[in-house]
Design a protein around this ligand. Structure first.
Ligand code: LLP
Length: 422
């Protein structure tokens, strides 16, 4: 079952795999995140398939969705994991993932995080600055270990995506500038407790064309050559993540098309096929495998504008408020007994920025259910408790089975760590 077919109408009722979303709402309440197990597995498998016959490690970028059950099912499918905190490492371990398939990314790794990651035996640290390199060398020395390292190079290419999620331009905080990388590699190679393993980049997220990846690959290969000439041999190239999904009408390349293009570029390079390849995909593995199920509380009209006020809000799905992101809105029951009107779909939070969708034609009444589409990535992972709203329940659908993979939070749990005045 591919991602498009995981959420489909059967006789005007929207299903997740073989379960009616209306039944899920009745049983588990709303708002609820609903994921399709097979959609996740199919998306991951398409990357694995595209890597067949190559020395490749396909990692799931945990930040996109860090639910333990999702980590576990990807771990069972053989995934590695891209992490950006000690907390994410603990999740991988708790879900039965293999630390030797973990890449540790991120611009601000603390000493404590480095220690934990070294002790756990992660595959590679993607180092983003010279200061970080020196710190890692010190921490590794204190553990009597050598830290496996890639430098995350900023290739200065435009991924053509939203400025908040573009990371590979010179002005971003990420990575080591291309022109400084050679010097930092020389420095790294001379450090006793650092083992230079590879080179990494990640140019942004929701990328919908192959070209920026190829431009970045060329920049990395230039450096690989310069390092080779310098006697520094690398073992792997990490192309990062960032492959886009269809939210509306985007037409991103398939996993296969992207990876084939990259492999072709690599194979044209005289020593290209010698290098292992790593990837760090998040959104393209889980994004279209989840919806946010919500109920319409009220319909109202202010002047010319009509609003559908739903029980999910910006605290549940922050992407529209933060990036003006588009998410499809699917009525759970397709009805022809009410007229379609144009609505802004908004939440109960006290902010004008609290909207989930704007100006959508919907045939709905109060009490109806809506599925906010493509919410599997950076949905629950970015959710907050703003307005003391308990975070939604998370459910994993597998055929006709529904499993609660995170219970709905209780209000009491939200202030359990707080203390009354002494
Ligand atoms: N590797 C690194 C180093 C990253 O920073 C990211 C994402 C990924 C991999 C995974 O990228 P993906 O394949 O998921 O595009 N909250 C934003 C997205 C932020 C992405 C941050 N970095 C959103 O909701 O669109």
């Amino acid at each position: 079952m591919n991602q498009e077919s995981a959420f489909r109408y059967r006789e005007h009722s929207l299903f997740a795999e073989d379960v009616a979303l209306a039944d899920i709402a009745r049983e588990h309440g709303t708002p609820a995140y609903v994921y399709s197990r097979s959609a996740i597995e199919t998306a991951f498998a398409s990357f694995v398939q595209a890597c067949r016959g190559r020395d490749a490690l396909v990692c799931f970028a945990l930040k996109a969705n860090s639910n333990l059950a999702i980590i576990e099912l990807l771990a069972r499918a053989g995934a590695g994991f891209d992490i950006v905190s000690g907390g994410e490492l603990q999740r991988v371990v708790a879900a039965g993932g293999d630390p030797s398939k973990v890449l540790f990314s991120g611009v601000g790794k603390s000493e404590a995080e480095m220690r934990c990651a070294l002790d756990a035996g992660v595959r590679c640290f993607n180092v983003e600055s010279e200061s970080e390199l020196l710190r890692l060398d010190r921490v590794a020395a204190s553990r009597k270990l050598r830290a496996p390292v890639s430098l995350r190079v900023n290739p200065d290419v435009d991924a053509g995506t939203h400025p908040y999620i573009s990371t590979g331009l010179r002005e971003n905080k990420f990575g080591i500038a291309h022109e400084d990388a050679l010097d930092v590699y020389r420095r790294a190679a001379a450090l006793a407790n650092i083992e230079v393993k590879g080179i990494a980049c990640h140019i942004g997220s929701q990328i919908t064309s192959v070209d920026p990846y190829l431009a970045a690959a060329d920049k990395l290969l230039e450096l690989v050559d310069a390092l080779h000439a310098d006697g520094i041999e690398l073992h792997h190239i990490d192309f990062g993540g960032g492959l886009g999904i269809r939210y509306r009408d985007e037409d991103p390349p398939s996993a296969q098309a992207l990876l084939e293009a990259l492999f072709r570029r690599l194979d044209r390079h005289p020593r290209g096929s010698r290098y292992g390849v790593f990837f760090e995909f998040g959104r393209s593995i889980v994004g279209n495998a989840g919806v946010l199920l919500t109920r319409v509380e009220y319909l109202k009209q202010n002047g010319e504008r009509r609003f559908a006020i739903v029980d999910a809000a910006m605290n549940d799905l922050m992407r529209p408020a933060l990036y003006e992101a588009y998410h499809g809105v699917l009525p759970v029951r397709q009805r022809d007994d009410v007229e379609a009107r144009r609505y802004d779909v908004v939440g109960p939070v006290c902010e004008s920025g609290d909207w989930l969708a704007r100006d959508r034609s919907l045939a709905i009444e109060e009490g109806d259910l809506l599925a906010i589409a493509s919410a599997g990535a950076y949905g629950m992972a970015m959710a907050s408790n703003y307005n003391t709203r308990p975070r939604a329940v998370e459910l994993l659908v597998d055929g006709a089975q529904v499993q609660v993979v995170r219970e709905r939070e209780s209000v009491a749990s939200l202030f359990a760590l707080e203390r009354r005045l002494r």
